[in-house]
Write a protein that binds this ligand. Structure first.
Ligand SMILES: Cc1cc2nc3c(=O)[nH]c(=O)nc-3n(C[C@H](O)[C@H](O)[C@H](O)COP(=O)(O)O)c2cc1C
Length: 468
């Protein structure tokens, strides 16, 4: 099916769209965030930060990198070189936590980083609310520094090797590493590389928001992929695909005025030619990294529609900037096939990581272990352990309780399906505490026995870290 109106016509269109209003966004974010100036939702426990003392942690005011003058648009060759230099400078990450509203927040990112994620996106932030509302900034965007070294093997045994002392220390239990001699090391240094994602439809407002996070991140990302109804009403995300001149102006604004590069996350058009023209336009506008979700705007259900890796490969061969592939990454075999098929620089995973944040370290759930035909070992380590670790991360890095609740549901979904009354107890618990949640996890362990995660036997991991 051809895109109508054709791309050149879309490019000529003027932006005649409405601005986003906070109420549109609030329901999408499930944050019940009041429009600025209205009363705060003080009595909603899930909206409070998950710390005993309460209160938002606002970011320290770091100076923005000195900006003597607005940097003129670099000519294209030099800009491409810089895009690649930057990509290499941040370590050319291949295993990346996708942006997820309410779900790719700091404690979850740090957990995924511990288990092999090499970079992470923040949840989508609303550029206008972010620019205007200090409380929103404090609640929805947090980051940290930590220098902690771990090692673990594929059986899930892990131990803390030490800390440089500059971080705050996460205080994991020490486990003896035993059984396998192949040890993989992971190093949590800090919440970097970090891609901060915004939705926007006004270049000036987007720039104002982006300036506030510039000192803390490696890319400022623009979400051009959100297909939800709320994005349609608010005129952002994938609905800007109907207004390519606006997309172009958003990217140009950031590319010409920020010191960190701008990245974009897109969906594909039904027609490959339109997708390729779109990707090329983004590159020319100054996008330095392109994440391609291989589904169209109408293919909302990730379980129903397979992502089109062929289209991602074509984009990879059409543009000269680094490209990331998104869609259908459920375990490390998918990572390997996707990288091979698309030739992308890296992959993003979302839904499967929520269930199994140790995916990038080579662990998988029983559902997937039989797919590859390789021999798998049953681990002594499971999603209940991951949930406990996540809760400890939250104690250190407070986030709104609604995020904690959401992760516990996703990580322990399989456990709850065997013990639905425990899920019900969680749902009825309007005010959560860490003590209550840890006890709930113990209760599931005692009732269920363990539902193990699996990892490939050592001999199957000939290729090095994570089997890649
Ligand atoms: C809970 C949830 C929240 C999401 N929020 C965002 C978001 O804030 N920004 C975005 O670009 N995509 C968002 N997505 C889409 C994912 O980043 C990803 O593109 C999509 O889920 C496909 O990847 P997957 O097949 O690995 O799940 C979200 C997905 C989920 C499951």
């Amino acid at each position: 099916m051809r895109l109508w109106p054709p791309l050149p016509l879309l490019l000529r269109r003027r932006n005649r769209r409405r601005l986003i209003t906070p109420s549109y966004f609030a329901s999408y974010m499930a944050a019940d965030l009041p429009p600025s100036g209205s009363s705060e939702p003080e009595d909603e426990p899930d909206e409070h930060l998950c710390e005993t003392e309460g209160g938002g942690r606002s970011l320290p005011e770091l100076p923005s990198p000195a900006l003597t003058s607005i940097v003129p648009l670099l000519e294209s060759e030099r800009r491409l070189e810089r895009a690649w230099e930057h990509w290499r400078r941040i370590g050319s990450p291949r295993l990346i936590v996708a942006p997820m509203v309410d779900n790719s927040e700091l404690p979850f990112r740090m957990l995924c980083r511990k288990y092999g994620a090499e970079a992470a996106y923040t949840p989508m932030l609303h550029s206008r609310i972010f620019a205007e509302n200090e409380k929103y900034r404090g609640m929805e965007f947090t980051t940290c520094k930590a220098n902690i070294y771990f090692q673990f093997n594929l059986c899930g045994d892990h131990e803390m090797l030490g800390s440089t002392g500059t971080g705050t220390g996460i205080g994991y239990e020490m486990y003896p590493v035993r059984r396998y001699d192949k040890i993989f090391k992971t190093r949590i240094r800090e919440d970097r590389p970090l891609f901060v994602q915004f939705c926007a439809n006004d270049p000036d407002v987007l720039l104002e928001a982006a300036k506030k996070v510039e000192p803390y991140c490696d890319y400022v990302d623009i979400n051009f992929g959100c297909p939800q109804r709320i994005a349609k009403r608010g005129n952002y995300g994938a609905f800007l695909m109907d207004n390519l001149p606006l997309i172009k102006s958003l990217v140009e604004k950031l590319a010409n005025n920020l010191h960190v590069p701008v990245s974009c996350k897109i969906r594909i058009f039904p027609d490959l030619k339109d997708t390729l023209a779109y990707a090329k336009m983004l590159e020319e506008a100054g996008c330095a990294l392109l994440a391609v979700h291989g589904r169209t705007r109408d293919e909302k259900d990730g379980k129903k529609f397979r992502a089109d890796w062929d289209a991602i490969r074509e984009v990879r061969h059409t543009v000269k900037i680094p490209v990331l592939a998104n869609g259908n990454i459920r375990h490390m075999d998918d990572v390997r096939s996707c990288l091979m098929h698309t030739e992308a620089e890296g992959v993003l995973s979302a839904e499967s990581l929520l269930e199994n944040p140790a995916l990038f370290a080579g662990f998988c759930t029983a559902e997937w272990k039989d797919e590859s035909g390789s021999s798998y070992e049953r681990c002594r380590f499971d999603q209940a352990d991951l949930a406990d670790e996540y809760l400890k991360m939250c104690e250190q890095y407070p986030v709104p309780w609604r995020m904690v609740r959401s992760h516990v549901h996703k990580m322990l979904g399989e456990w709850f399906s065997i013990q639905p009354q425990v899920r019900e107890e969680l749902n009825l618990q309007s005010k959560l505490t860490f003590e209550w949640l840890h006890e709930m996890v113990d209760k599931l362990r005692n009732l269920n026995g363990r539902i193990p995660l699996y990892a490939k036997a050592v001999d199957d991991n000939k290729n090095g870290k994570n089997g890649l």
